[in-house]
Every structure is written in structure tokens, then in C-alpha cells.
Design a protein around this ligand. Structure first.
Ligand SMILES: [Zn+2]
Length: 334
């Protein structure tokens, strides 16, 4: 699905549905992907002879869905700048940049989306007609599997809500419960324990790296060079959520800190390299989680504890000895 739009940068960068007065650049938006909260579009020149304006070169366009739990693009950008930008080096982040949307933009894109065959359950999602901004993000897509990967590092320390003597970290406990109930997600297919990524033993880190990518350059990056990035991520996860969702007080600042920790536990790491250049690695999906999810997070912790998933004492019908999680191998998680 492609749609033609017009780019101007008179006062600020803006995309228009119809040709505005004065100079503008025609470009094409092509549907790339969608998640629970946003659509992502490639931005292409109109023909192979045309060039994109520098502000759009190497960028994708992210448009938020018209769903109650999704913040506006402006709120998303502000939350990123306030909470997450200070934690990481700029070269390790996909930095969102605001771009204004002209009249009729959402209707134009929605009309095109309606013609596209999309996955069941998401095919009714559309753009908000009231949204006046979108976000430009670095395009971290790569052309061949050997030159890049994307992964979710997930929970890099054991859950503070887990019982004493846990044999599974939060990610492994949830994975085991989902596999038993045949509700696996793409992240569950990452067949390694996240604690391996931050293990003191480089052999653990290398084993995890080999599960992520077959590229030796990227494996080496994950085993050695990414360690400080993972450590910073883990530090944020544990500092912002020291006691766990079940011990959370009603205090607004504690709730906000937990939302930050949960965001850091669900972000995506993109990495890629060219034949001569260094590995480029950036964290994305740092969109501040909303407190509306608190009951869901608390329920997961309660279920994982009460049904014995943390301690590998689940119902005999589903039981299998945990072998993957670092905690089951007696490796201390933090
Ligand atoms: Zn684990």
C-alpha cells in the first residue's frame, strides 16, 4: 500500500495530503508494519530519479493508532526526552523527531489502509483523525539477515516480585507458562534466558548471541561490546522498580517509576553493520507505558507465583524441568 504526500519545511517539517501553495517535495509513504499502538511507513522518493529531502532520508514515519491507551505523538516525544534520553548515549537511541500533519492527512492514509489486507484483530485499527503530529525515526531495517537483527532484551534482572528460591526469571517464567498454554509470542521464540546477556561469564553471553544472530560480527558485538548498554538497561529496570508491582504504593511518583522500568523491560534493540563500518546499535520502542496496565502487570506476577512458574513447581500436567533459565542453573541474576 502506497500513498503520495507532500513535504514542506517552511516553518517546521510538515506532511500534507494535497499539494500546498509554494514549493514542496512529493514523496511516497509505503506501509511497513504495525504494532499494538502505531503504524510504521517507509518514506520513498516519488521516482528512482528523485531524492528525498535530507530530513526524511534514512527515516521511517510512525503514526499513532486511534486507541484510548495510546498517547499523542507529542506526548510520546516529550516522555522520551524527559525519561529515557538522559539514560543512554545518543548513538544508542532511535530518537523521535516530530513532524506536523496537514489537514486531511489522516483521512488519506486511513482510506489507503482500508484497502490493505492486515492481520486479524488489527484490521480495524486506524489513524486518529485528531492527531496533528507523527514521529520520524531512524530507519533501522536491514537488507539481509547476516547484516542486522532486532530483539527484545526483556527483563535483565530477576523479578523483585518473585518468591525466594525462584528457578526462573520473569521472562523464562512467562515463557514457560505461555508455552504450556500454547500462547507463545515472538519474544518467546528467543530461546535463551535474558540473564545470559548480562552474565559475568562471556560463554553465556556468546550462547545467547548465537541464538539471536548467525553473523559473527554481530555475535561478537552482543557478547562484548553491548555489555555496557545491557548493564545500563538493567540498572534502569532495577532502580526504577526496586520492590515489584505487588509491593507498589499508591504514590504517583512510584507508579511513574514502575512505568519507566516496564518500558525498559519491553524496548527493542536494533543492530546492523555494513561490510566496513562499525556495528550500529539503537534502542527503540521507548514509549512510556501507562498506569492503566498496572492491574495486568500485577495479575501476571500473582499468576506466575501462585501457579508455581517462578519456582518450577507448576501443575504436574504442564511440568518440565527448567533447563534454560540462568536461575535454574544456580547463576545469581544480579
Ligand atoms: Zn531466565
Amino acid at each position: 500500500m502506497s500513498v503520495e504526500v507532500f513535504y514542506t519545511a517552511h516553518e517546521h517539517p510538515q506532511l500534507h495530503a494535497t499539494k500546498p501553495p509554494g514549493p514542496s517535495v512529493r514523496c511516497i509513504l509505503r506501509y511497513l508494519a504495525e504494532g499494538g499502538a502505531n503504524f510504521v511507513f517507509h518514506i520513498l522518493p516519488r521516482t528512482s530519479d528523485d531524492a528525498l529531502p535530507p530530513a526524511l532520508e534514512g527515516r521511517v514515519l510512525r503514526l499513532r493508532k486511534d486507541l484510548p491507551h495510546v498517547q499523542s505523538a507529542k506526548e510520546q516525544a516529550e516522555a522520551f526526552q524527559r525519561h529515557f534520553e538522559p539514560l543512554f548515549a545518543p548513538q544508542h537511541l532511535v530518537q523521535p523527531e516530530l513532524i506536523a500533519l496537514g489537514d486531511g492527512f489522516s483521512s488519506l492514509v486511513n482510506a489507503s489502509l482500508a484497502t490493505l489486507e492486515r492481520s486479524a484483530g488489527r484490521d480495524t485499527h486506524s489513524l486518529s483523525r485528531h492527531e496533528t503530529y507523527a514521529l520520524l525515526l531512524a530507519d533501522m531495517t536491514f537488507n539481509a539477515p547476516c547484516t542486522g537483527f532486532q530483539m527484545k532484551p526483556k527483563w535483565l534482572a530477576p523479578s523483585p516480585s518473585a518468591p525466594h528460591g525462584a528457578k526462573r526469571c520473569r521472562t523464562c517464567a512467562l515463557r514457560a507458562s505461555r508455552v504450556a498454554h500454547q500462547r507463545s509470542t515472538p519474544t518467546d521464540a528467543q530461546a535463551f534466558c535474558p540473564l545470559m546477556l548480562v552474565s559475568d561469564d562471556p560463554r553465556d553471553r556468546e550462547t545467547a548471541a548465537k541464538m539471536v544472530t548467525s553473523c559473527p560480527v554481530l555475535q561478537r558485538f552482543l557478547t562484548y561490546d553491548a555489555s555496557s548498554l545491557f548493564s545500563t538497561l538493567r540498572e534502569g529496570q532495577t532502580t526504577f522498580d526496586p520492590r515489584g508491582v505487588l509491593a507498589l504504593t499508591a504514590d504517583a511518583s512510584a507508579v511513574n517509576e514502575l512505568c519507566k522500568a516496564m518500558t525498559l523491560r519491553d524496548c527493542t534493540l536494533f543492530a546492523r553493520h555494513t561490510s566496513h563500518g562499525p556495528v550500529e546499535a539503537r534502542l527503540a520502542d521507548l514509549d512510556l507505558k501507562q498506569p492503566a496496565k498496572l492491574p495486568q502487570w500485577a495479575k501476571i506476577e500473582q499468576t506466575l507465583t501462585e501457579q508455581g512458574w517462578y519456582t518450577n513447581e507448576e501443575d504436574p500436567q504442564h511440568w518440565s524441568r527448567e533447563l534454560m533459565c540462568q536461575l535454574s542453573r544456580g547463576v545469581k541474576g544480579v
